[in-house]
Write a protein that binds this ligand. Structure first.
Ligand code: CMP
Length: 135
């Protein structure tokens, strides 16, 4: 079934100049990019996006980091888009991510793991609306 997922190339990915690499992998997988924008998040939007993590020990660092510089927000669409992107991204912890995945290839620690992806089709729709209300 066709789904949407919100993809973020986080500030570490932009700073390290791997935006093109990540977009290329999205395209090669066969997902369709239906929205894309380079922007720096304010703390309120970051809080909405990461609402489920509020109160966790890593939350303050997470919000500081995700608002620290420009990121690229992308909505990708296609059959099994959520699982397909999670496979490309790899596990949250880069040292546990499958070899060849983005996090395995480009990161070493969980709190600087290059990309984000929605964890369910429902969250894909919710998160896409936060970043692209008019989509
Ligand atoms: P992301 O997919 O963006 O969703 C929440 C983020 O919080 C996650 O990627 C990690 O970057 C970060 N994160 C999750 N768990 C931890 C943790 N235990 N310690 C530090 N950061 C974490």
């Amino acid at each position: 079934m066709s789904e949407r997922t919100l993809i973020l190339i986080k500030p570490d990915g932009v700073e390290r100049r791997i935006v093109g690499e990540v977009i290329s992998r999205i395209e090669r997988k066969g997902l369709e990019i239906v929205a894309m924008d380079l922007r720096t998040l304010d703390r309120e939007t970051a809080g909405q996006h990461y609402a489920e993590h509020e109160g966790k020990p890593f939350y303050p660092d997470l919000v500081d980091f995700i608002t620290s510089g420009p990121l690229v927000a992308i909505v990708a669409e296609g059959e099994n888009a959520v699982a397909a992107w999670r496979q490309l991204a790899g596990a949250t912890d880069p040292v546990k991510a499958a070899p060849g995945s983005i996090r395995a290839d480009f990161a070493t620690v969980m709190n600087r793991n290059i990309v984000h992806g929605s964890d369910s089709p429902e969250n894909g729709i919710r998160e896409a609306k936060i970043f692209f209300p008019d989509l």
